[in-house]
Every structure is written in structure tokens, then in C-alpha cells.
Design a protein around this ligand. Structure first.
Ligand code: NOJ
Length: 746
């Protein structure tokens, strides 16, 4: 391809010019071509039906997905530009969720950093690599609040909290998109899945969702609204029924809230096949009905279900839909293409990706992100950090040398450049030490995912019981030969993600049994967890002296694990999600309302008679190699008027021996009002670094946004005169307290 033509534009055209060009294009397009722009087609070989080349040649296409081949991008684009009737270029789209070639920690892990600069930098690099490969658009960030750890897709989001979720949402949009949707060296972002997907009944992927308007507005919507405020270019409608109206046919959601209330001006794409699925869901009568209802609800582009191209023309012909409805849907799609300069520069320089991927900064940021994402859950007797002069060490577990587990879910682009496993990271850190490795028995899903069927390559047969037994014995023997053991346990990459919900949160397979056998040897043991969801590691929490939650940390994960285990980095991540003791406690989250029988009341004791439902680890929790104190909580005024803003300040001191990070968190609770309000809600946070003995004063603003809420009783946003509790501390159990009185304005 022509190099000059592949160079990106540097400035976004003024909006008036964008609209004028969009109108001029619409003038010359046939109805068929307009429908073509409302269609996203598959570029994957596995997909049945007409070839992308032929569809594009005939009527063009809004976008192509499930294709990851730079040469093919240019080939298809050439057909779009030179052979399709109006020569409108195609947007190439893919799920670049936490890295393209350089893989960053999974989004749940990046949220654990409580440092928005991490996802922002990571997604900017992901965007740069993806754009260099010829992609224009990613299906991220995923902004679904998830309070049920059984739901597999919890790994793709920022966890359970709307405040943390909104901060991470904005950061990811900034990272992916840069200054505007389609900016050079960036990709257009897509806020998904709108909305409520994370609250699937029973944590079962795709199952129906029932959420009150108050839950939607107070809990589920804030990250999406933050994405709109940050200028996100596109939205994806969710799969499931929301209060009996499928999200992809839900006009209240996609039109009233998204466009009318929030002023979203980009375009909405359905999730894959979701428009066609409106029939399966018992909502639409047939394809015509599905197309009509999705379009009227506000879905601009049909992802892969072919329902729009098969039905819209006849719906217009017989007057069911107006041409104006179609054009209305096409406009924001064309506008994004114009704004990103796609007409001037439709092709990608095929030599670019290799140069971009090789930039050392990408790996450095991947390592930093992984370091900052990890959460120290336990460190009894200061076992960590370990000495670098150990004579020998065993690294044990089915994930210890697994590249897949380090990279995590949604890395469908091959291991290039290779990720560093935990074992490799430890070996690199300890060149003088004998590092022994044994995997122990393999772990695998009981029921494979349908997604696995779509992936090329032979599937490995399951390990026979006798092979598993000998792997188990070998692992114990390896541990016996060494002075210290690092166990790397958790979940394989395919155990969290789409179609990866589970009924148990225990360590899969024989991992806990292996852990027990190793602990029985009486040696110091460190547990490193690689997983994409909270796990109910009750036995480990009691018996293993040191536990590091490493999540699925990405390409540099193994190095980051070694950096933390051997003290080159002091961990400072915090849990973005509650760890329940049992899967059956889900959904379990800190911001619940108080009932008439408060759980911690001595008379009522517990919710279940067969065990405490107190979290194993609370939201916001994480340890450090140093200690901190938070003192001196002060409010700028103990009493304010409705509508006013106050400042809360507190002093944070590093009371230990080494430098470290603390995440200071502020929570509030409204004691009475039109509605009962959550026990506590996070309203601000800041991650800071302190030297030993150093103190910093942190301040948080509390104003109408923090003190108000959407009330079921009032049916709108309100702020009330009421008494509030304020807590500042280092997790959601923070004890440092102040009273606040909010009084009537007049
Ligand atoms: C289905 C998933 O739900 C969605 O998150 C993803 O972006 C699309 N498939 C496209 O791959």
C-alpha cells in the first residue's frame, strides 16, 4: 500500500464540516448502501454465509469484526474504497480488551491498582498497537458492575463499585481514544454492555436481569455515564433481558437515557447476534419485528446477525419504517468515519505494527501495570519479601509456567511477543538459586466453552487419573527437596470471561489438596493466585502464611510477581471486589442497605446458620510491606446546606520501615431519608506513595454529586437534609469517623 496514504491525519475537522460531508454522502447513497453502513459483518473464516469481500463489493459495510490480519484489512478496504458503490471505507473492529500484542493485566486487575493512570496508559498502548495493525475500533471498555463472583465476565470489568468503576471507565476511554474518537494512533472505544449484564440471575452468563431503576441509576449507570462524559464514540447494547425487555430492544435504555438524558451522540452497536436473538428471547415475532424494534430502540449497527440487511429494505418499502429512520441511524456511523480521516487515509502501513510492538515502553508499562495491580492478601510473620539469596526454591502448580494463565482471558491474538510466566520471572530474578518446578495435576473446565470450538488448533486430551496422581506426587516430592515453596494456583484463562460462569468459587481440580499436602511438609509457603474472579480460598487464608493476588497480570506478569515476592516492589493494590467465603453467598458486596436485623447485631448473629457471611476479604482491602496510619479526619464544616460542598481531610502516615503505597478511601452513609441508603458507599480515593515516617494530608470533596442519589420514593435524583456518617481509611471497613449534618438550603 501507498505509504503516504497510510499516514494518519492530525486534526479533527470541525463539526459543521463533518455534518456537511455526512449529508453529502447520504445524498448519493442508495437505501441498500445505507443499510450496509448499519451492518457489521464477520471477517472470520469459521463464519458461514457470503464472504466479506462480496458483501462489501455489493453494498459496502459499516464494519468488519473477528478479523485480525493487516494484509486482509487492506485488501477488504481496497474493495470498499474502489469497488463498492459509494466507496465508503470500512471500520475494522476487534475485542482489544487489555492489550493487543503487549498484554496488560485484565481489567479487574487494572482496577485493583486504584490508579487510573494505569488503565489509561495501558489502553493507550493497546490502541497504538491495534491501530498500527489496521484496527479502528475496540469493543471495550467493559463497564458492567459485577457483584456476583460466579459471573465469569467479572474479569472484564472494574468490579463491584460504581465510584471506582466510573473512574476506571473514564481512564480507559481516554486511553483508547486519546483526544477524540478516531484520533491518530488510537482506536474508537465502545462502552459495553449497556446495561445490567453483570447482574445476571445466579451469576449465570446471559441469564435475565432484574434491577430497579434506583439500582440502575445509582449503581449500574455511573461508569457508562462517565464514558459518555469522556466522549466515548460508541456503545454496545447488552444481550440479556433487562426487566423483561431485552437490552438490545430497550428504547428506554438506548434512547431515553443514553441519548436524551446523557446527550450521547455516537452510535450504538448490538452485541453479536443480539438483534436476531430478540426472536429467541421471545420478544420479537420474526426478523422484521426484531429489526424494527432494535432500530426504533436506538441500535444503529447490527453485529453479525444479518437481521438489518435482511429486513430493513422491505420494512422501508412497505412503510413500516421511514427512510429518515435509516438515515438517522447511519449519520453517527459516517460521522465517526469522517472525523477519523478514514476517507483520506483508509489503508494501514503494513510495516508499522512490528515497529510499534517493539517499543520498549510497552513492556515497561505492562510490568508497571502488573506490579501496581497485585494485592497482598496475607503476610504472616513478614514472610514476604523473600530473600534473593535462597539456595533453592520450588515453584509449583498448574499455572506456574502457564502463559495462558498469565495473559488471561480475551487474548485471542497469539502470544507474541511471549509473556513471562511466574516460573520464568522467578528464575530471571534468582540467577544463583536452584529453582525447581513441578506443575502438579492439570486443571480444566468440566464443560468446555462453546468459544473453544471456534478457536483453531487441536485440543489437548484430558490428563488420565494416573498421570494426574503421578504429577501430584512429583509436585510434593519437589517441594520436599527445597527450602521454600511458591505455589501458583488459581484458574486457567478459559475459566473466567464470556461463557465462563461457575457455581463454585473454590480452587478448581486438586489444587487445594496439593496445597494442603505441601503445607503439611512444614516449609514456608507463599501462595500466588492467578485468577479472574474472587475465589473462596478459606483454607489457604487460614493456613498459608503469605498470599499474593496476582490476577491475570499480562505479558510481564511473571516478572512483576518476582519483583513483589523478592521485594523490589512493595505491593499496594486493593481489591475492587469483595471475596466471599462461599459461592452461595453471592451476590456479596459492601454497599448493601441495612436491614431491620443488622447482621453484626449480637442478637441476630448471622444471616445463615451454617457460617458467617462476612467477606473473606473486604472490598478495598490490600496489605503492604509497610504499615500506615490514617488519623485526624476533619470536615471543613460539620454542618452544610443542601447543595453546598465540603472538604474532608485526613493525615496518612507510613509507620513502617520501607516506602510504600496506600490507597486512602472515603465512604459515606446517609442515616435516614426518603429511601434507605447503603451501609456505606465509596465516594473518593487516592493512591499515594509515602517514605518511612512520611505523612501526607489527603483531601476529598463532598458535594451534591456525592451526597445525592436517585430515589425510588421520589422517582428522581434528590439531595436531602439528613445526618451522614463519614469514614476515611484503607478499606471498606474503615473506622475513622466523622459526623456530618446536611440541613435545608433556605
Ligand atoms: C460477544 C461479547 O459479549 C462482546 O463482549 C464482544 O465484544 C462481542 N462478542 C464481539 O466479539
Amino acid at each position: 500500500m501507498d505509504k503516504k496514504n497510510a499516514k494518519a491525519v492530525v486534526s479533527v475537522p470541525p463539526e459543521a464540516e463533518v455534518s456537511a460531508r455526512v449529508e453529502a454522502l447520504l445524498q448519493r447513497m442508495s437505501l441498500d448502501e445505507k443499510i450496509g453502513q448499519l451492518t457489521q459483518i464477520s471477517g472470520a473464516d469459521f463464519f458461514p454465509g457470503p464472504k466479506a469481500d462480496d458483501i462489501i463489493r455489493e453494498r459496502g459495510a459499516g464494519s468488519v469484526l473477528w478479523l485480525n490480519d493487516t494484509k486482509r484489512f487492506n485488501e477488504l478496504q481496497k474493495i470498499a474504497v474502489e469497488e463498492s458503490p459509494s466507496g465508503i471505507p470500512v471500520l475494522f473492529a476487534l475485542d482489544v480488551i487489555h492489550g493487543y500484542r503487549t498484554i496488560f493485566p485484565v481489567p479487574l486487575a487494572m482496577a485493583s491498582s486504584w490508579d487510573p493512570s494505569i488503565p489509561e496508559r495501558a489502553q493507550a498502548i493497546a490502541a497504538k498497537e491495534a491501530r498500527a495493525a489496521g484496527l479502528h475500533w475496540t469493543f471495550g471498555p467493559m463497564l458492567d458492575i459485577a457483584r456476583d463472583a460466579r459471573w465469569g465476565r467479572i474479569v472484564e470489568g472494574a468490579g463491584e463499585d460504581p465510584c471506582l468503576g466510573a473512574v476506571m471507565a473514564a481512564a480507559q476511554v481516554r486511553g483508547f481514544q486519546g483526544p477524540y474518537p478516531g484520533a491518530p494512533e488510537h482506536v474508537v472505544a465502545c462502552a459495553k454492555h449497556f446495561a445490567g449484564y453483570g447482574a445476571a440471575d445466579g451469576g449465570r452468563d446471559y441469564d435475565p436481569v432484574y434491577l430497579s431503576e434506583a439500582q440502575l441509576r445509582n449503581v449500574i449507570f455511573p461508569p457508562f455515564q462517565a464514558a459518555v462524559k469522556t466522549g466515548v464514540g460508541t456503545f454496545m447494547s447488552a444481550y440479556m433481558d433487562l426487566n423483561n425487555v431485552p437490552a438490545s430492544g430497550n428504547r428506554w435504555l438506548l434512547h431515553n437515557v443514553l441519548r436524551e438524558e446523557w446527550g450521547f451522540e455516537g452510535f450504538v452497536i448490538s452485541d453479536a447476534f443480539a438483534i436476531g436473538n430478540l426472536i429467541i428471547q421471545g420478544f420479537a415475532r420474526d426478523g422484521r419485528d426484531a429489526a424494527t424494534r432494535a432500530l426504533r430502540a436506538g441500535v444503529n449497527m447490527d453485529m453479525a446477525s444479518n437481521t438489518y440487511p435482511q429486513n430493513l429494505a422491505s420494512l422501508v418499502a412497505d412503510g413500516h419504517l421511514k427512510l429518515a429512520d435509516i438515515e438517522e441511524a447511519v449519520r453517527p456511523i459516517l460521522a465517526i468515519k469522517v472525523r477519523m480521516g478514514l476517507f483520506e487515509h483508509p489503508y494501514v502501513d503494513e510495516t508499522l505494527l512490528d515497529k510499534v510492538v517493539a517499543l520498549p515502553e510497552h513492556r515497561q508499562v505492562a510490568r508497571l501495570a502488573a506490579q501496581r495491580a497485585m494485592v497482598l492478601l496475607k503476610n504472616e510473620g513478614g514472610l514476604l519479601p523473600l530473600s534473593k539469596s535462597l539456595k533453592n526454591i520450588a515453584v509449583i502448580g498448574p499455572l506456574a509456567n502457564s502463559m495462558e494463565a498469565i495473559e488471561g482471558s480475551w487474548t485471542v491474538f497469539g502470544h507474541q511477543p511471549a509473556a513471562v510466566t511466574a516460573l520464568e520471572g522467578i528464575r530471571a530474578k534468582l540467577p544463583q538459586t536452584r529453582v525447581e518446578y513441578a506443575s502438579g495435576p492439570e486443571i480444566r473446565r468440566d464443560i468446555p466453552s462453546f468459544l473453544e470450538d471456534l478457536m483453531p488448533g487441536a485440543k489437548t486430551p484430558a490428563q488420565a487419573p494416573e498421570e494426574a496422581e503421578s504429577a501430584f506426587q512429583e509436585a510434593v516430592a519437589t517441594a520436599r527437596r527445597t527450602d521454600l515453596v511458591v505455589m501458583v494456583l488459581g484458574e486457567n484463562a478459559d475459566m473466567a470471561g464470556e461463557a465462563a460462569s461457575r457455581a463454585s468459587l473454590d480452587l478448581p481440580g486438586r489444587q487445594e489438596e496439593l496445597l494442603q499436602a505441601v503445607i503439611a511438609l512444614g516449609k514456608p509457603v507463599v501462595l500466588v493466585l492467578l485468577n479472574g474472579r474472587p475465589l473462596s480460598i478459606n483454607w489457604a487464608a487460614e493456613h498459608v502464611p503469605a498470599i499474593l493476588e496476582a490476577w491475570e497480570p499480562g505479558s510481564e506478569g511473571g516478572n512483576a510477581i518476582a519483583d513483589i515476592l523478592f521485594g523490589d516492589v512493595n505491593p499496594g493494590g486493593k481489591l475492587p471486589v469483595t471475596f466471599p467465603r462461599k459461592a452461595s453467598h453471592a451476590p456479596l458486596y459492601y454497599a448493601r442497605t441495612i436491614t431491620h436485623q443488622p447482621e453484626d447485631h449480637p442478637q441476630y448473629r448471622s444471616r445463615y446458620w451454617d457460617g458467617s457471611t462476612a467477606p473473606l476479604y473486604p472490598f478495598g482491602f490490600g496489605l503492604s510491606y509497610t504499615t500506615f496510619s490514617v488519623t485526624n479526619l476533619k470536615l471543613s464544616a460539620p454542618r452544610i446546606k443542601v447543595g453546598d460542598t465540603l472538604l474532608a481531610t485526613a493525615d496518612v502516615t507510613n509507620t513502617g520501615q520501607v516506602a510504600g503505597d496506600e490507597v486512602v478511601q472515603i465512604y459515606l452513609h446517609q442515616r435516614s431519608g426518603s429511601d434507605s441508603r447503603p451501609l456505606r458507599e465509596l465516594k473518593g480515593f487516592e493512591r499515594i506513595t509515602l517514605q518511612p515516617g512520611e505523612t501526607k494530608t489527603i483531601s476529598f470533596q463532598l458535594g451534591p454529586d456525592e451526597l445525592g442519589y436517585w430515589s425510588t420514593s421520589a422517582g428522581r435524583w434528590i439531595q436531602e437534609a439528613a445526618a451522614f456518617d463519614i469514614w476515611v481509611g484503607t478499606d471498606s471497613l474503615a473506622m475513622l469517623h466523622a459526623d456530618l449534618e446536611v440541613v435545608c438550603g433556605e
